[in-house]
Design a protein around this ligand. Structure first.
Ligand code: MN
Length: 199
């Protein structure tokens, strides 16, 4: 069973004005699709790996034969990260965290505003291409950044929230202003989806 590009869970225009239609269209239909195609190509010689779910593949990345490991890490990581990115955004999202994750964030970071500030800083200061994350690691919440296709699943952590800070995620609308993109992105966070992952 080949890996498949998940359909965008909303219209291409749904995240306007914070995320423009053209960015969403190219990001999902071109960038994300290419990672899925390249992952399938990398798995082509390995029927046993083709039977694994994406989560299994990434958690067991060390067991992937060396000849395919980088391609699986990069394209599988990007497939996972992008699928999650679309999932944790929603039109009419944003605002302070809600539900059980709100209490956990308050306990771990001392309040939502402090969390937001620290998460934004991690995303902003990630040098070059990468991702900003809220994860659960050893039962505790933590903020992280990964470069390129880095995915916390590969390190045994549970990803709860993610922002894409590759330039392709924001350059058409925000050009070099990554901080403006991050500030706008907070208006899209789907706390219901984050709570589902946290549960
Ligand atoms: Mn991306």
């Amino acid at each position: 069973m080949a890996h498949e590009l998940p359909p965008l869970p909303y219209a291409y225009t749904a995240l306007e004005p914070h995320m423009d239609e053209q960015t969403v269209r190219i990001h999902h239909d071109k960038h994300h699709a290419t990672y899925v195609n390249n992952l399938n190509a990398a798995l082509e010689p390995y029927p046993d790996l083709q039977r694994k779910s994406l989560d299994e593949l990434l958690k067991g990345i060390a067991a992937v034969p060396e000849a395919a490991r980088n391609a699986v890490r990069n394209n599988g990581g990007q497939h996972y990260n992008h699928s999650m990115y679309w999932e944790v955004m929603a039109p009419n999202g944003g605002g302070a965290a809600t539900g059980p994750i709100a209490a956990a964030i308050a306990a771990a970071f001392g309040g939502f505003d402090t969390f937001k500030e620290q998460f934004s800083k991690a995303a902003l200061t990630q040098f070059g291409s990468g991702w900003g994350w809220l994860v659960k690691s050893d039962g505790k919440l933590a903020i992280e950044a990964t470069s390129n296709a880095g995915c916390p699943l590969m390190e045994g952590k549970t990803p709860l929230l993610v922002i894409d800070v590759w330039e392709h995620a924001y350059y058409l609308k925000y050009q070099n202003r990554r901080a403006d993109f991050i500030a706008a992105w907070w208006n899209l966070v789907n706390w219901e989806a984050v709570n589902k992952r946290f549960a």
